[in-house]
Design a protein around this ligand. Structure first.
Ligand code: ATP
Ligand code: MG
Length: 316
């Protein structure tokens, strides 16, 4: 039996709690299935934290939220060896990263050394403290949020390491009609303090089953070629090369493939169309391109760059 109906129900349940955020919801589910990490960027109050809380709530997985602050230290994430006077030895006390789903809230408020500890754990799925290396749980998915409006007291994530996020999703303001629906939803929740319906509605086994099915989704030679041409467009000699300091890595190509398959599967297809590639390309590619000084000076955005790539590289 296919995992599809269960995952579709899960997506639907999330959408009833996150009004007008279908794209964000879908990206979070894509990441979960691909066991990849997500960076969510958006202004305050756009339900970034709420989205991850709802996701965690509807899954049977261990969840931990970590609020990033300037005084957070790497050991506050990884854990450390703690002296035990009873036995006179040191024992490792696991930190909050030892959970399946991590919300790294306001990630840009912590310092560079904390970012490297987190980004390393994300890439290696293990942590080294002292002489020992500890495996992180499976699945291990980090969802980080950041607010682009703030600069004071924040530390930008190292651009060269942003690659470790499978997807970089931006969220935008709702329109007036949606705003009204959100108000009613949240008022209703506050008034009758509804019990959380759908708590733990999806299990890791169902997610794994979905993962297997996504791996079976077929990519034709023509579509594969299209994905590679898009990536090559960001490298030396490519259409975007004059505007980029560095292009998309093979990790980016793999991410484009995984996300395109997942996108097709979520639409009930077992083969990828160029449309799937185009739909996920902005969120897969935007953070993997390092803009040249010339591009930065011209004020061109990463969104515009991805759009220009999609315009210039034909699908056939
Ligand atoms: N699309 C939405 N659907 C449901 N609730 C929403 C939506 N947008 C905003 N809200 C409500 O707005 C409030 C703010 O949401 P939340 O705290 O998740 O924002 P945030 O993006 O994490 O903000 P910050 O950047 O300040 O941390 C919550 O009460 C949330 O329920
Ligand atoms: Mg928040």
């Amino acid at each position: 039996m296919s995992a599809y109906p269960r995952v579709a129900e899960f997506v639907e349940a999330l959408n009833t709690k996150l009004l007008g955020q279908q794209r964000l919801v879908e990206r979070l589910v894509l990441a979960l299935i691909a066991e990849g990490h997500v960076l969510i960027e958006g202004a305050p109050g756009l339900a970034k934290t709420r989205a991850v809380r709802e996701l965690a709530n509807k899954m049977q997985a261990s969840f931990k939220r970590v609020q990033f602050t300037p005084d957070l230290m790497p050991a506050d994430l990884t854990g450390s060896d703690v002296f035990r006077p009873q036995t006179g030895d040191f024992q490792f006390q696991a930190g909050p990263l030892f959970h399946q789903l991590i919300l790294a809230d306001e990630i840009n408020r912590a310092q560079a050394k904390v970012h490297s500890a987190l980004l390393e754990a994300m890439a290696e799925k293990q942590i080294t403290v002292g002489q020992h290396t500890y495996q992180l749980p499976k699945p291990f998915v980090v969802i980080a949020t950041q607010n682009p409006l703030e600069n004071e007291g924040t530390y930008a994530l190292p651009e060269a390491q942003l690659d470790r996020f499978l997807l970089h999703v931006t969220v935008d303001y709702p329109d007036a009609a949606l705003e009204k629906d959100i108000l009613q939803l949240v008022r209703g929740e506050a008034a009758n303090q509804q019990p959380d319906d759908g708590r733990g509605m999806i299990s890791p086994i169902e997610i794994q089953a979905a993962q297997k099915e996504v791996q079976q989704v077929k990519v034709s030679a023509a579509v594969e070629d299209y994905m590679i041409r898009l990536v090559m467009g960001t490298r030396e000699g490519g259409v975007l090369a004059p505007l980029l300091e560095a292009g998309v890595s093979p990790r980016g190509t793999i991410a484009l493939d995984q996300c395109s398959r997942g996108h097709a599967w979520l639409r009930g297809r077992d083969y990828v169309l160029p449309d799937d590639v185009q739909a996920v390309a902005p969120d897969v590619l935007r953070h993997r391109m390092l803009l040249s000084l010339k591009a930065q000076a011209s004020g061109i955005s990463r969104e515009q760059l991805v759009q220009s790539l999609l315009d210039q590289v034909s699908a056939v």
